[in-house]
Design a protein around this ligand. Structure first.
Ligand code: HEM
Length: 201
């Protein structure tokens, strides 16, 4: 299955992707949320690697395309045009959930609010998403959801549980995927070198 990005940053539902990702240029954030660290409950050859979760999700395009833009925006909690959280002007603006406890501006079951409620507790549950779209034929297209994290339970699994019952759910049909481990690599060394040395010791 070949993946693509329809216009760089938008998915097949027409919404911009990526705003809620932690900044991949910030090594502190990447160490905290993406790369396995020394002292984690893992063999040493895992340090510097990352858990990858892949999900194949078919999108119900006819139902989605039949919805007015306001409904689509309510489902995600973001503007379709700018990608800004509803009620804000810029894509990276804080959604301001504390000022909207009842969900009048951004619904309580909106995708971004469920995925990241931005409470002190949810800080530990960050993932780095790097998805693609796929199109097998006119009636089968969707999302190759891919994310990376230091710990699958703290990352994908917790977020996926929070998404159960979200407004987006009725437009999605997950049909495959898996959990993988991406071996560490560094300049001048081959990928997974630590695993090989560990094997022969
Ligand atoms: C086909 C399914 C999905 C679609 C179309 C989709 C689309 C989106 C869009 C448009 C955004 C807002 C922009 C952004 O922050 O990137 C978003 C945010 C997000 N999504 Fe998804 N998503 C899907 C599935 C998932 C799944 C399975 C997870 C994890 C279990 C997930 C986790 C997140 C997270 C963590 C955010 C950032 C929220 C924030 O920080 O405000 N998404 N998604």
């Amino acid at each position: 299955m070949a993946g693509f990005q329809p216009d760089g940053t938008r998915n097949l539902f027409g919404f911009r992707e990526g705003a809620g990702n932690p900044d991949a240029a910030d090594p502190r954030l990447m160490d905290e949320h993406v790369w396995v660290q020394p002292g984690d409950d893992e063999p040493t050859w895992c340090v510097g690697g990352s858990y990858q979760v892949v999900r194949l999700i078919r999108l119900a395009m006819p139902s989605w395309d039949a919805e007015p833009v306001e409904v689509q925006e309510r489902v995600f909690g973001r503007s379709k045009d700018t990608g800004a959280p509803l009620g804000q002007v810029t894509e990276h603006a804080d959604p301001g959930y504390a000022r909207d406890p009842g969900g009048r501006r951004i619904a309580l079951d909106a995708h971004i609010r469920r995925a990241n409620p931005r409470t002190p507790d949810s800080e530990a549950h960050k993932i780095l998403r790097r998805g693609h779209s796929y199109r097998m034929n006119p009636s089968d297209c969707g999302q190759i959801f891919v994310c990376y994290q230091r710990d699958v339970e703290l990352g994908f699994a917790t977020i996926q549980r929070r998404l159960a019952g979200e407004a987006l759910e009725k437009y999605l049909l997950p049909f495959g995927g898996g959990y993988y481990f991406v071996l560490p690599g560094s300049d001048g060394d081959y990928v997974g070198k630590g695993l090989m040395s560990w094997n022969v010791r």
